[in-house]
Design a protein around this ligand. Structure first.
Ligand code: N01
Length: 537
């Protein structure tokens, strides 16, 4: 079977890409490993999973009708509601008929002679397509640390990103262990603590988290938002992170201690990510960062009753340089009698035993173990697929070749014609409002394919020069900030053996959008538009 385009994944990316391709008259097929749409919102069903972008902005904006028809219940809705939204979208645009579920793409090889991609599926079948588009997401390759003895564990264990789809995990009366306290751990720990007989949290690095202060939406607010959506969307598109929030023009150290305290207190009371917007240099300068980092540490000391537990929860990295986290009663959870916090930085995990988990200090008996240990971010999901470009070069080899992974605009790769990544490495997406960032990529790719078709151009490929320059620019922008200093999935430091590299464009979503538009306006500057595999214009 031959399609114009094959897309992997039926999450936010794959669904809109399919819709955009169809609207432009391309034939397309989406392959999805799960048995339903939703992507991360299909897989992440752990207790407490919810959105941490305000829902009124965390949706598609391409259809005014859709914006008007869908109404979010609250500021940060839970996973089932977001999954319902994506199902609603799939139904509204009749997307399912072009999606093949329970089908994993194992390989995609570029057939240079015929200028097409050969796509191999897990069931052994194969299809071909002119364009190969990845919508695999940035956080879909689970990181399950290789602890000795996991296969001997007599209890049940789960990773937050692969939570059982059709059965409820019952923690009642159980001794539960959670390893990890990133966004997934921080969301699930308070909920599991309410149900479990006892919860032991194994923490390696303390994290800063901010109260979400979720609340149902007032119907008057929803009405006003819907009436003004086009203006809001315009603001989102031109902003740093894809939200209609005006950035501060002040440095944190321009204000006196008293004024700063008041600014931080107000943002803390509002909840959500307002704290990150209080000053313009929090992730730029150590001195400014220390003011907000210390403010959150003071809140932890205030909230947690036992000083020794509070002490263990105090983070020391620069706030904001790991992905900021929103919580609902996270620090308060450590005041419960049935919750114990273990510092595995001091006493590392040695092994999983048949009865539980052993650190260098003690053994903890557990019935259920939850890995909230995150993901091999950005490159991980792509490298799980055997992707081969020209001359049989694999993506793995290409990205291992130089000192750094490099891409052009986070969308394309030299040596891989007609292959597009939605929210790939070196795009700003993971620091932006994800659905909006996805829409921007999908629209850009859709426009590009129409451009090629209208001009009879069979292939497009990023040039090595453009890719190298983009990658260098990304690193220069990042190096002017504090971000690369943190050990996180942003830098790849969370995966043992993964080369350290900061793979996010930090120039801002609005700026990036203009760069991409400019590239297109200049006839796809930095790309080779070829009339045959060997000809480069
Ligand atoms: O993963 P993480 P996550 N031994 O990498 C620990 C998005 N998201 O799934 O910090 C012991 O942040 C690790 O410790 P350390 C969001 O973008 C969004 O929580 O490396 N501990 C850390 O505590 C987020 O950033 C939402 O020292 C080990 C934790 O596991 C991203 O997904 C909700 C360990 C991993 O934290 C990933 O979040 C959830 C080991 N060997 C997620 N290995 C929304 O709200 C790892 N850890 C939309």
């Amino acid at each position: 079977m031959k399609y114009d385009a094959v897309v992997i994944g039926a999450g936010f990316s794959g669904l809109y890409m399919l819709q955009r391709l169809r609207e432009a008259g391309f034939s397309a097929r989406v392959y999805e490993a799960g048995d339903g749409v939703g992507g991360v919102w299909y897989w992440n069903r752990y207790p407490g999973a919810r959105c941490d972008s305000e829902s009124i902005y965390y949706n598609y904006t391409f259809s005014e009708e859709l914006l008007q028809e869908w109404t979010w219940s609250s500021r940060y809705p839970e996973q089932p509601e977001i999954l319902r939204y994506l199902n609603f979208v799939a139904d509204k645009f009749d997307l399912r008929r072009d999606i093949q579920f329970e089908t994993r793409v194992t390989a995609a090889h570029y057939d240079e002679e015929n200028q097409q991609w050969l796509i191999y599926l897990e069931d052994g079948s194969q299809v071909s397509a002119t364009y190969f588009i990845s919508g695999v997401g940035c956080l879909s390759a689970a990181n399950i640390p290789k602890f000795k003895g996991l296969d001997q564990f007599e209890g049940k264990w789960y990773h937050t990103g692969h939570w059982p789809q059709h059965e409820k995990v019952d923690f009642t009366g159980k001794r539960v262990g959670v390893i990890g306290n990133g966004s997934s751990g921080v969301q699930s720990i308070p909920v599991i603590a309410q149900e479990a007989e006892h919860l032991t949290v194994f923490q390696r690095t303390p994290q800063y988290t901010i109260p979400a202060r979720n609340h149902p939406y007032d119907p008057a607010f929803i009405k006003q938002t819907k009436e003004n959506y086009q203006q809001i969307v315009e603001e989102m598109r031109n902003s740093w992170a894809g939200f209609p929030i005006k950035p501060s023009s002040r440095s944190a150290i321009e204000d006196s201690q008293e004024v700063r305290q008041q600014v931080y207190e107000e943002a803390w009371e509002k909840g959500g990510f307002f704290l990150t917007y209080t000053y313009n240099d929090l992730t730029m300068h150590e001195e400014s960062n220390e003011t907000v980092s210390e403010f959150i540490r003071s809140k932890i000391r205030e909230t947690v009753n036992k000083p020794d537990v509070a002490e263990k929860l105090l983070p020391s990295y620069y706030f904001g340089t790991k992905r900021p986290i929103l919580d609902t009663h996270y620090y308060e959870t450590y005041n419960r009698e049935n919750v114990t916090l273990i510092d595995v930085n001091k006493a590392p995990i040695v092994e999983i035993t048949p009865k539980g988990l052993r650190t260098t200090d003690a053994e903890y008996e557990l019935d259920i173990l939850v890995f909230a240990t995150g993901y091999d971010g950005m490159t991980g999901p792509l490298l799980k697929i055997d992707i081969r470009g020209k001359d049989g070069l694999t993506l793995k080899e290409k990205w291992a070749e130089g000192a750094h992974v490099q891409t052009y605009l986070g969308i394309a790769n030299a040596g891989f014609p007609n292959f597009f990544m939605i929210t790939g490495p070196e795009s700003p997406s993971v620091l932006a409002n994800m659905p909006l960032a996805i829409e921007q990529h999908v629209d850009w790719i859709g426009d590009c394919l129409e451009h090629l078709r209208d001009r009879g151009v069979p292939t497009i490929e990023a040039t090595l020069e453009a890719e190298t320059a983009w990658s260098k620019h990304c690193r220069e922008v990042a190096d002017a900030t504090l971000y690369p200093k943190a050990d996180s999935w942003y830098t790849g430091a969370n995966i043992s053996g993964k080369p350290r590299s900061f793979l996010i464009y930090l120039g801002g979503f609005g700026v990036y959008r203009h760069i991409c538009d400019d590239v297109a306006a200049k006839g796809y500057e930095g790309f080779s538009l070829a009339s045959s595999p060997k000809t480069v214009s």
